[in-house]
Structures are given as C-alpha cells and as structure tokens.
Design a binder for this molecule. Structure first.
Ligand SMILES: *Cc1c(COP(=O)(O)O)cnc(C)c1O
Length: 463
C-alpha cells in the first residue's frame, strides 16, 4: 500500500506483505494492556468485563455491534495530557476522532480544550456547554455560515487555512464588530508517519499555507494588516499515528523560524505556537507509543531550544491529540454470525457489523487485534479473518487474527482500540444502523450515543 494509507497507521508506513500476520500469541485468552482500555479484564468464568461490567450483560442490554467506551480511561488520559503539559501549554482534544455531548462534558470537567472542524462539531461543543473561548475552529473550507457562527459564539481561535479564508473571517468579524483571535496553519514540508518522517516532503496537500515559497509569510503580512483579526500564533499539524518525535523537531524548528522572520520583518513576537496532533497509539502489541509526559518534555525542549537560539521569548504551546486520548478507551463488541473455513488458508468469521462501523481497515489497511470475550477457550489457535456483513469483499475488520478453533456462532468478539475514527467515520452503507456508544464507569453503563433505528433512516428518506 502506498503512503496514502498512512492515517490508518499500517505499522511501517510502506508495504505490508500480502497475508502478513504475526505468530499466534502464547495465550489466546490474554488481554494485552497495551491495546485494551484500562479497566478491561477477564473476570471469573472467563468472560471479559469493563468498568466492572460483564460484556455479555452489555450485549444483552445494548445489543451488538456496540462501541463500549471506558469513561475512567478517557478521563485518566485527559488528565495525563493536561498534567504533562502543565500551565504553560494547552491541550486541545481533536473532536473529529470522536465527539458527543458527554465527551464534551468530560473534556470540560478534566480541563481540556476542544478542536472542531465543522459546523456540526461546533454545534455539539456549544450544546454541551464547552466555554467558547476554549474552542478552536479548523478546516480547509469553512463556510461563511460556519465562520459566522464561530465568531458570534466567541470561539477562542480560528485556524486560518487559505488566503480566501483570511478575507472571509476578517469580513465576518468586522461585520459583527469583533476582533477574532486567529492562528495561521502552515505546512512545514514535513510528512510524518508511524515510525518515520520525511523532512523535505513536497507540500502537495490541501491543508495550510506553505512556508516554502513564502505563502505563509504573505499570510502573516495580510493578517497583521487586518483590524478585525488578532494574529496569536502559527499552527502546524504534520501527520497521524506518529511514534517518532523527530518530525515534530523539524516542524517546531521551521515554525520558530517563521516566528523569527515575523519579528524581524514586522517587529511582532507572536505569543503562541500549536504543533498539532497525530500522536500514535497501540493498535497491536507491537506498537509502542510514547507517554504524554515524554511527548510534553520532547516538544517543550524542542520549542525552548529553538526559541533560545533565535532570541525569542518562548511562546505558549498547544497540542491537539485526538486518537491518543479516545482511541485506546473503546472496543467494538460484535456477535459471531457465521464461520467459513477455507481449507489450508484461513477461517472467515463474519460478525454483525463491518466497514460501516470501522472503515479504517478497508480505507487504510489498518491493523487491529481481536479477542473472544464472552468466554475463555483452551482450543487451538485458528488463523482467521474477521469480516463484516456488507456487500463488499473489502469489508474486513481484522485482516489476520488468531481466534480459538472452537469459535461458534453466538460468541462475542471484541476489537480493541476503536475509540478514534470509527464511530466518527461510521456510515449507513447497506442501510446499516450505526451502533451505539456505551460508556461504562464503576459498574454503570449508559448509551452516550444511542443505536440508530430504522425510523432514523426513514426520517431522512422523505419519499
Ligand atoms: C486530525 C487532526 C488532529 C488530531 O489528529 P490525531 O491523529 O487524532 O491526534 C489534530 N489537529 C488537526 C489540525 C487535525 O487535522
């Protein structure tokens, strides 16, 4: 697969051999803490529990497929990020990874800020009471209505992405009699993947204004000339599912380079820099992500060093983790429907969801693991492929997995690390009803997003 697959995070960015899989794990019943949410455990009797609740009871109450989210884990990750970055930095959760009103309230309570990138995400944030000054609006083609709603609400930051948008936001803010704080999103020519980065990537992408060739500097000049805009800083976001901090090192150096240029040319020291999100998580036990405190230290050191070298006051730093907060906190619970053994090849295990609830495998060749969770098993490992129920042969949830050979219809499977970019990218393909998100905490479970119904589908179909 090509680099275009990278947000899926195939582990090594480039080519996975066809039929790639690792050896069977020593113990099929083991739940590796690297890929499972914090409170997940195999309880007495062999069934898995999360937040103190047996998955069989959750399946009974909420049906399958369902995303099951460990609220304690979500909150703990928020706190870990907030504490790691401390008072001199801001953590913005990237709402596109997964957003709901409950999530907004958790973020608010745990002291995080929120990135939104559409009117719908902004509406969700405001509906759940996120203070507007803690919201940042992103996007490469924000509509005038989206901009107006954001300015009117008083969002703390709009991240400008094009020359047209500079004029548009300035116009809207002027019309509303506001001075809108903005950052400029720049492309620094770094392309970061899981374990490697390219420092001289061609800036051939839709986001941001290029540092190379002076677009970004021109954008700064224009924004500084507009009364209704207050330029607070420079923004850069270099990729996703990144483990290697070297890409951030280069991007921070180049962003600080621009700040230096701005000071020398305009006599202005911009007070903020945002280095974006994209921090990786473990989808399989082979993935080894950095902890928030290591990331905070690395980014803080880089920015401080570069600013000292340039004689600049150290700006206020912000980061925007999405996947790294919500990704590990949820798993998708499925029921096995059919099994098809292809002699000498593998067994196809069909579950009651698929590409409509997890498009990442089909879209990016993402890797996942899977476990039998309604019971334990001492049966031999069976090379399997977990597939969905959609009319599409690419409808694969887990390409290569070992499951116990006594797997049978009615068993429950769980695919961990599906908190990010699964429900938020879910579709109604084949008129599938999108699964609920069930939050569990201290022995209590509740739907924070309910399951779609046929009435929901038909309500949009106006005949
Ligand atoms: C997608 C995105 C993020 C979050 O990315 P993750 O990989 O979920 O951390 C942060 N900032 C911007 C601008 C983004 O587009």
């Amino acid at each position: 697969m090509s680099r275009s697959a990278h947000p899926a995070g195939p582990r090594h960015g480039d080519v996975l051999p066809e039929g790639h899989f690792t050896a069977p794990p020593a113990d099929l019943n083991a739940l590796d803490p690297r890929v499972w949410a914090q409170t997940v455990e195999r309880a007495g009797g062999g069934a898995v529990a999360v937040g103190g609740l047996d998955v069989r009871a959750l399946a009974e109450e909420f049906g399958t497929p369902a995303y099951v989210l460990d609220e304690a884990d979500f909150r703990a990750r928020c706190r870990a990020w907030r504490d790691a970055f401390g008072r001199d930095a801001d953590v913005f959760y990237a709402g596109k990874a997964f957003l709901s009103r409950a999530v907004v309230r958790w973020l608010h309570e745990e002291g995080l800020n929120l990135d939104v990138c559409s009117g719908g995400e902004l509406a969700t944030a405001l509906a759940a009471g996120m203070p507007p000054e803690r919201i940042a609006l992103h996007g490469n083609n924000k509509s005038t209505e989206e901009i107006a709603r954001a300015v009117e609400a008083g969002v703390g930051r709009i991240v400008l992405d094009s020359f047209q948008e500079i004029a548009r936001v300035a116009h809207v803010a002027r019309g509303l009699g506001r001075r809108q704080p903005v950052q400029i999103r720049v492309t620094v020519g770094v392309e970061a993947h899981t374990h490697e980065f390219i420092a001289t990537a061609h800036e051939d992408q839709k986001f941001g204004l290029a540092l190379a060739g002076g677009q970004a500097a021109e954008a700064v000049r224009r924004v500084l000339g507009l009364e209704s805009l207050e330029l607070t800083g420079i923004h850069s976001h270099i990729g996703s599912q990144i483990f290697d901090m070297a890409g951030f090192e280069v991007s921070a150096r180049r962003v600080v380079g621009l700040l230096t240029e701005v000071r020398d040319e305009h006599g202005v020291e911009l007070p903020e820099i945002d280095l974006g999100g994209g921090l990786g998580i473990a989808y399989t036990p082979e993935d080894d992500p950095r902890e928030p405190h290591e990331i905070a230290k690395a980014l803080g050191d880089i920015v401080t060093r570069e600013c000292e070298a340039a004689g600049l006051a150290v700006p206020r730093l912000s980061v925007e983790p999405g996947r790294a907060i919500v990704g590990p906190t949820a798993f998708t619970l499925y029921e096995v429907g059919t099994l098809k053994e292809l002699e000498g090849l593998r067994t196809y295990v069909s579950v009651d969801g698929g590409m409509s609830d997890n498009i990442r495998t089909a879209l990016y060749d993402a890797e996942y693991t899977v476990a039998l969770v309604s019971r334990s098993s001492e049966a031999e490992p069976m090379l399997s492929r977990v597939v969905g129920k959609h009319c599409e042969s690419g409808d694969i949830v887990v390409r290569d997995a070992f499951l116990p050979a006594d797997l049978a219809p009615g068993d429950l499977l769980a695919v961990p690390a599906t908190g990010a970019y699964c429900r938020s990218m879910a579709s109604n393909y084949n008129h599938a009803l999108r699964p609920p998100v069930v939050a569990v905490r201290d022995g209590q479970a509740r739907e924070i997003v309910r399951r779609e119904t046929e009435e929901d589908l038909l309500r949009l179909d106006v005949g």
